[in-house]
Design a protein around this ligand. Structure first.
Ligand code: UDP
Length: 369
């Protein structure tokens, strides 16, 4: 198992339970990949070190899986955004619409109003911008999405696929829950403890601070690789593009912003959002606060890859790597980096469970009855 994030842990655990001996290695000196959490030494606040991770899913099996390893505390992500010197609620909902346009519309009226200001000439939105103009119209798009998206992706929303915006709903009621899913929560003691428990099995050996090289493959029957796909092939066809994040950590004596996530829609503000980590654990009481200002930029060699940029050039290169990968008999590429996709945690776990099942079935099929 290369990578001790969610993919490696979930697949490793399932195969270990089926009787296989597993080695899980990671070049970092900790488990849990980018959902790693740790307590800040000065304040005791649980910090989402590589940026905020909120667990949400519609998949009952995945929800019961994570609850087996960690107590999940109630948490609903309610994001705010600052734009043009005012604060609004996200995702765009009836409150946002009424506040923004200084109106008192009811749901049906708001729907008609948005239809009247939206660009109805766009039938099949292909780009992020078209999607936004069709669903919320120019004013809301410019206030909440345009600047934020330019900062987040480093390009014009006319160059980005509509699928990115489809992650965000528009609601004609006062529901400001950022997610649609039935289950949502936060692990009581953070994700690190949860992943440690998943990996805690007598047939799993953990090697942290260990950088995998292909030469090691000889020693194993199979490799599940959750590192960067292009990295596995030493970038021989070129580098797949990513955005990376820089976090500027700062402390505050009290409550800095009154919520966990405050987005910044204006292009003039250089960061995309500020996260205040104690609000991710609302059941804990902390006087002092730890916050992150989050900046997005192109990922260079040596940076941590976060968001895959799946534009036309990257997709063509990805296709070539996927062909290369299909020739590797002993390797399965998994997870966000191994498959170069924008994956939520629940999807990563679901795919991990399914990948392990498929592997076990393929072994069973090879064995004489
Ligand atoms: N987005 C935006 N304004 C916001 C929040 C999101 O324009 O205030 C856009 C942005 O392009 C982002 C996409 O919507 O990449 C998806 O948002 P989501 O919150 O799912 O992003 P994530 O949490 O994965 O960073």
């Amino acid at each position: 198992m290369v990578g001790a994030g969610l993919s490696g842990a979930v697949i490793g655990r399932k195969l270990a339970e089926a009787g296989h001996s597993i080695v899980v290695c990671d070049e970092r000196n900790h488990v849990a990949g980018n959902c790693y959490t740790e307590r800040d030494k000065d304040t005791g606040v649980l910090v989402h070190v590589y940026g905020p991770h909120i667990f949400h899913t519609d998949d009952e099996e995945v929800w019961s899986y994570v609850n087996r390893y960690e107590t999940f505390m109630p948490f609903v992500n309610r994001v705010k955004t600052t734009s043009g010197g005012r604060v609004f609620l996200l995702p765009v909902n009836l409150h946002t619409i009424n506040q923004f346009f200084d109106k008192t519309l009811r749901p049906d009226e708001a729907r008609d109003f948005i239809t009247s200001i939206a660009d109805n000439s766009i039938e099949e939105p292909k780009t992020f911008e078209e999607q936004a103009l069709k669903f919320v119209g120019r004013d809301l798009y410019e206030a909440f999405f345009k600047g934020y998206t330019v900062k987040q992706w480093g390009c014009s929303p006319t160059e980005l696929p509509a699928s990115i915006l489809k992650r965000l709903p528009v609601r004609f009621n006062y529901d400001d829950n950022y997610f649609f899913h039935r289950f949502q929560g936060m692990p009581e003691n953070g994700y690190t403890g949860m992943v440690e428990k998943i990996l805690d099995h007598e047939r799993i050996e953990l090697r942290l601070g260990h950088r995998f090289t292909r030469a090691e493959s000889e020693a194993f029957d199979h490799i599940f690789y959750s590192g960067p796909l292009d990295g596995y092939f030493d970038f021989e066809l070129g580098r797949l593009g990513y955005r990376t994040l820089d976090f500027e950590r700062f402390y505050y004596d009290g409550d800095y912003q009154g919520c966990a996530v405050m987005n910044y829609g204006d292009l003039e503000v250089p960061y995309t959002r500020i996260t205040e980590h104690k609000h991710f654990s609302p059941w804990e009481k902390h006087e002092k606060s730890v916050c992150y200002r989050e900046f997005s930029r192109a990922c260079e060699e040596g940076d941590i890859p976060y968001y895959p940029i799946r534009m036309a050039d990257e997709k063509a290169l990805l296709q070539r790597y996927v062909e290369r990968a299909s020739q590797e008999q002993k390797v399965t590429f998994v997870g966000r980096l191994g498959t170069y996709r924008y994956l939520d945690m629940d999807v990563t776990i679901r795919e991990g469970l399914d990948t392990a099942d498929a592997y076990l079935r393929s072994l069973a099929a090879q064995q004489p009855l």
